[in-house]
Write a protein that binds this ligand. Sequence first.
Ligand code: FE
Length: 341
Amino acid sequence: MRLPTCNRLVSTVLAALCSLPALHVRAADATEPVVVYSARNEQLIKPIFDRFTAETGIPVRFTTADAAVLIERLAAEGKNSPADMLMTVDAGELWNAANRGLLRPTRSSILEANIPATLRDPGNRWVGLSQRARTIVYHPNRVDPRTLSTYEALADPVWKNRLCLRSSKKVYNQSLVAMMIKARGETATETTIRGWVANLAAPPFANDNQVMEAIAAGQCDVGIVNTYYLGRMLQKQPDFPVKVFWANQRGDGTHVNVSGAGITRHARNPAGAQKLLEWLSAGEAQRLFAGSNMEYPVNPTVEIDPLVRSWGSFTPSRINIVEAGRRQATAVRVMDRAGWR
Ligand code: FE
């Protein structure tokens, strides 16, 4: 809308002046849609976007795909991209997008008040919107939780042929290992992973559900998964025999990743996108965003889903989640060297 208006002004002086006031007109136009590229599933985001539109009158248009696909698309589209916001299910992907210059900084006192600093980009280009704890799970009949402590301790030979893991290709594991490298260094982390690989009861699985199903079936006794997968499983099957253990509570805390979003570099409606981001960071929107997928809200004032709450409280890692991105390439190399397929 802005460009045709400007083009009609043949005077170059006026053309130069028109871009700023035009932004104002756009910002005030409540019917201007916000366009979201989302790696988060349609079934999770559509009801929330519908609610945002009902409350604010701002329509949301979205398309869903893998984060890597959306990031390539944003990069290829450049200035012509229709996207105002990128939403992903992993901080490493948000870091990638920001690192490639695809996101813009947004200063917002609302976001700063609602979201802990460890779950936001220090450069203000993205924020976490829900926390996803990746921790140890176990079979209660075969594992005494008092014998569990840390991720690292799962490298001990006592767990030989008892551990199940998901593939190292999954970004969730890459982010976990990146944070371990930040906390303990590359050498110690590689030693841990070698121990894990030596303890595997089966080749790495394609997803977290298969890890838990293998534990339930007796193929292994312990694993590492995102807790929301267990939440979904328990909704279907309340007696599913897998329990949560909060890892590293006496040390650096349990690894949490985020599902989050940032406003694109070339957003056409940055004001609307910021409004959506701020709206998602508080109240009922936060509760729905986290609760609909059995995740943890980022906003500490928001109620946690009762089933999720039943796993008890835990201390999360205090290291900024941006490290999941910064050390991702190193993490991939370490996992590869240690033989985690
Ligand atoms: Fe997931």
